[in-house]
Design a protein. Structure first.
Length: 255
């Protein structure tokens, strides 16, 4: 998984162009859960700032962290002034202050599970909030999904990331909510879904796939060939399911 976690920087511009952003509904959901204004936040694996800007535009003082300099360079051109950036992995974040919010958007699964929740808790103020958001983008039409799978199969069995703790997809509470519920550091764990059904032009759908780690780690020739095969089976416009699963938890006083 480590090679996949560090594969994004070469595609920073494509990541910004083709990855869907996050709606202001995400901020409203986190703010409503917190029950008070969100003033400071630390973001884990900020990438190009797709989620960063949602919180920064609502006046939250965000410290955006990412281990990849190319991603942070792209982020700085996209977010409001005042966002602080730090090039670091989550595991190397220095807890020199505490934040009202720690959040991750499509990034938490890349962090080291060993001590993950104690590290998050150490960065939070008493009663502070943790939020994780993300989800795959896939064709809404099952026939298109199957055609893409068949085109991809000679090179890649799956392009999704399995649940880090093995939670089956049919279970109601998904990861990381499952881990948060088992952690003494957190309480009041909740899961929400923000439904999205956008449409993408076929080249943009291929562009999105070009930012997915499973494809990024393929050899160049194989990656080019799998994209050619997928492009041949796509309709002109691809309707996609791009739901955002949001997990929220509060730092426990007993943690």
């Amino acid at each position: 998984m480590a090679d996949r976690a560090l594969s994004f920087g070469t595609m920073a511009e494509a990541y910004e162009r083709f990855r869907p952003g996050y709606p202001m509904e995400l901020y409203d959901l986190v703010r409503g859960y917190a029950g008070h204004p969100l003033r400071t936040a630390l973001e884990i694996g900020a990438g190009t700032g797709k989620a960063t800007r949602v919180f920064a535009r609502r006046g939250v003082a965000v410290t955006a962290t990412d281990p990849d300099g190319a991603m942070l360079a792209e982020l700085r051109g996209q977010v409001p002034d005042g966002v602080r950036t730090v090039r670091t992995t989550f595991e190397e974040v220095v807890p020199d202050q505490r934040y009202g919010l720690v959040f991750a958007a499509a990034a938490l699964h890349w962090t080291d599970p060993e001590g993950r929740w104690s590290r998050v808790a150490a960065l939070l103020e008493p009663g502070g909030v943790f939020a994780s958001a993300g989800g795959p983008v896939r064709p809404a039409d099952p026939a298109v999904t199957e055609a893409v799978r068949a085109a991809r199969a000679p090179f890649l069995e799956s392009d999704e990331i399995p649940s880090p703790d093995g939670t089956p997809p049919e279970q109601e509470m998904q990861w990381p909510g499952t881990e948060l519920r088992r952690s003494a550091w957190f309480t009041d764990v909740r899961q929400h879904t923000i439904e999205r059904r956008p449409a993408m032009a076929a080249p943009d759908f291929i562009g999105h796939l070009s930012t997915v780690s499973a494809y990024l780690v393929l050899p160049d020739r194989e990656r080019a060939e799998v994209f050619r095969r997928i492009a041949r089976v796509l309709p002109e416009t691809v309707e996609v399911v791009a739901d955002i699963t949001v997990h929220l938890a509060r730092r426990s006083d007993e943690g």
